[in-house]
Unconditional design. Structure first.
Length: 108
């Protein structure tokens, strides 16, 4: 059963360009690899332009990934390359991310 993960990441505005460059260099190749291998159905990172918790000093990002199932989710989360990225990205965040995931109920 497909699974969807939605994560809200927060970065101080001055650190956002560093995060985006690091994400592009380190996570995008992983996403492309997992997509090519059929381990990702879709993935996106979207900077929030407006929202109920918008603040001038923070840039929020919506990270959404859909995978075929829990095994693919766990494979990505335990990949050493992703873990190395997390080790650098976590200290850049002023607060922990908000994370939700579950089996996709409806999709097109």
């Amino acid at each position: 059963m497909p699974q969807t993960m939605s994560i809200i990441l927060r970065f101080r505005r001055e650190r956002a360009p560093d995060f985006e460059a690091m994400f592009k260099a380190e996570v995008m190749p992983l996403w492309q690899e997992f997509k090519a291998e059929g381990k990702f159905i879709s993935a996106s990172l979207t900077p929030v332009q407006a929202g109920s918790e918008a603040r001038p000093d923070i840039i929020d990002y919506i990270l959404q990934v859909e995978v075929p199932g829990m095994a693919e989710h766990e494979a990505f989360d335990s990949d050493p390359r992703f873990l190395a990225f997390l080790k650098k990205a976590k200290p850049m965040q002023p607060e922990p991310p908000k994370v939700w995931f579950g089996e996709s109920l409806f999709r097109v």
